[in-house]
Structures are given as C-alpha cells and as structure tokens.
Design a protein around this ligand. Sequence first.
Ligand code: SF4
Length: 225
Amino acid sequence: MSNDKIIYDITPFTHLDYPGKLAAIVWFAGCNMRCIYCYNSDIVFAKEGSYTPEELYAFLRKREGLLDGVVLSGGEPTLRDIEPICSTIKKMGFSVKLDTNGLRPDRIKYLIKEELIDYIALDFKAKNEKFGYITGSSLFQNFMETLDFLITESFDFEVRTTVHADLLEPEDINEMIQELAKRGYKGNYYLQKFVPTQANIGNIDSPVQHFDTTLLSETIPVIWR
Ligand code: SF4
C-alpha cells in the first residue's frame, strides 16, 4: 500500500457535494487538464500533498457513523492509484463518489466493473471545437468515451459544466445539450457559474459578455447551481 502523500487536503464535512449524503471530500494532488477558469491551481500543480491514504483511513475511522460518503476530487483522482483507496473506503461502509474530467475512460471502466465507486460527477468542459482552448487537453474523444460508457452502463452519474460567458455562449451550451441528448443522457445537466478568484490558471476575470439563460434549450433538464 502506498505511503505517498498523494492527498492534497481533506474537507471533513459537506452536505453539498454528494447528492443526498453527508460526506468528506478528498482532494488529490495533480491534474491532466489546465482549465483556464480553474481556481485550484495549487492542487493542479502540486506534485504531492499533505496526507497519505493511511492518514485518510485514520481520519475516516473517526467519522464512521457520522458520514455516509466520501467524495474523491482534485485535481483529477484517476491519475492516482485510487482502486485500493476506494476498496478500503467501501469496506469501511462509506459510499464513494468520483469527480472526474473523464480523460481516463479505462480507469473509470475498471472502477465501475469492480464496483469500487457508487456515483460520478462528470465534467463536460466544452464542445470539441473549444475543448482544447478551455482545458489545455486534446483528449476530447477520451471524455466522449467515458460519457458513452456511463450512459450505456446506466451508471448513476451527473454531467456538469462551468460557464464563463466569454468562453461558452448559450449556443455552445445548446450544442452540448444536443450532444448529451443524442447520446442518450437522461439525467439533469448541471451548470455552475464561473467564480472570479483572481487566482485561476488562465488569469481571467469576470466575463464581459452576458449569458442569456432564456436562450437555453429545454431538451434536457438544466439546473443552475
Ligand atoms: S478545473 Fe480543470 S484544471 Fe482544475 S482541477 Fe478541474 S479538471 Fe483540473
């Protein structure tokens, strides 16, 4: 079992990040994207964090009976050896949610096949034409492979997008809605507004453009958070 300090931080308690559950959040160091709007640059660029998996387990043992679930977030958790972590957490009785950008479909397929995670929040960063610019990644097809797999498996998951009006306009979101509908996504589509922090990777500020929500398609349910 690894002793590496792969965990950047632990949020002891949240009732907002795991639908219907009280949960802790585990923030894994490192990411395979460089999203312009990302305000977790400390986590993204970190080579290592502050806690080992064993320290996480010690923390969770004290939370047994108090928490229902654990959210694996980051950074990008699938860059790390999270299979034994998921397995240990589940044996302790917690449900596991994975926050992921979907770039590693093989890892996600394995985690689901081995029943190591219970729920996924999948970030749909942008349509193909804007994906590289917004994320710094050329692996849009990897994201699509993850999306298609989750839909085909009827896995319990949600899709979400961060909206910065200068980066994604209503017609972009409508194209993404049509893509989701075409591929058979039946859940809610969660949109979250960009939050200016003066500390994001792309050094961008509040959008200049107005995002007109009345222009959004109603093909699938859209929920703002
Ligand atoms: S917003 Fe982008 S760069 Fe930041 S942690 Fe998430 S996937 Fe990585």
